[in-house]
Design a protein around this ligand. Structure first.
Ligand SMILES: C[S@@+](CC[C@H](N)C(=O)[O-])C[C@H]1O[C@@H](n2cnc3c(N)ncnc32)[C@H](O)[C@@H]1O
Length: 217
């Protein structure tokens, strides 16, 4: 995602720090408790979006499901800032961000702590020598399997056909089940219950087809 220079970035980030989870690694094994306290409710399902960008998807889904807790992870400061400001603008108490690049999800989450993971328009890393950086490389998939509850899911969307093919191959190698799959999301009825992301909107305007799959672990 292109990073534009943002006015008063430092001061604006400071003003949004209540929506940043600073001690994310310390919360490993305690996310349920954390989300329960935040929402003041007994049972809370926790969901994660890796590479949440400016937070459109995160804020929409959190707004729709106020009893679930949504965590967005984003490594670029000017971009996470927009996600934080959106959460604030919408007065959401069930969404927050981790401001970091995640490399090993198991440093942050313990076994079975998450009910779902969203990967929307992940960076494709087209060069073969960078394959390990792709968020659907098997080293990431094995981590997702550990932190997701059994039978739960990863939802993946991309405009990039090569990344999509790679993802399906990696899922097969890890023994994951693909329960929904299409090369043209918006010609199916899966899209009725999915939330459009900023990148998705851009690609749709260009008339590009969106690949989508739902992966069960
Ligand atoms: C192409 S953008 C897509 C943003 C958004 N999901 C959307 O669909 O509009 C990918 C984003 O993922 C972030 N990103 C990539 N790898 C990441 C990682 N390992 N941890 C956190 N964020 C990451 C990038 O900084 C970038 O903002």
């Amino acid at each position: 995602m292109r990073q534009r220079k943002v006015k008063n970035e430092k001061a604006r980030l400071e003003a949004q720090k209540h929506n940043i989870i600073f001690n994310a690694k310390d919360l490993k094994g305690k996310w349920k408790e954390y989300a329960r306290d935040e929402l003041n409710q007994d049972l809370v399902e926790v969901y994660l979006e890796i590479g949440c960008g400016r937070g459109q998807f995160l804020a929409s889904i959190a707004e729709q499901y106020p009893n679930n807790y949504y965590i967005g992870v984003e490594g670029r400061s000017s971009i996470v800032l927009r996600a934080l400001e959106l959460i604030d603008e919408k007065k959401l108490n069930n969404a927050k961000c981790i401001f970091s690049y995640i490399d090993d999800i198991t440093e942050y989450f313990d076994r079975c702590e998450l009910s779902g993971i969203y990967l929307n328009f992940s960076d494709p890393w087209p060069k073969k020598r960078h394959a390990k950086r792709r968020l659907t490389h098997r080293r990431f998939l094995e981590g997702y399997k550990e932190v997701l509850k059994p039978g739960h899911f990863i939802e993946f969307k991309t405009d990039n056909d090569d990344l999509f093919d790679f993802t399906l191959e990696e899922c097969a190698a890890c023994g994951f089940k693909i329960v929904e799959c299409t090369n043209d999301l918006h010609s199916t009825d899966f899209d009725a219950r999915l939330y459009i992301t900023e990148y998705e909107k851009r690609f749709m305007l260009l008339g590009e087809k969106i690949n989508y799959c739902k992966i069960q672990v």
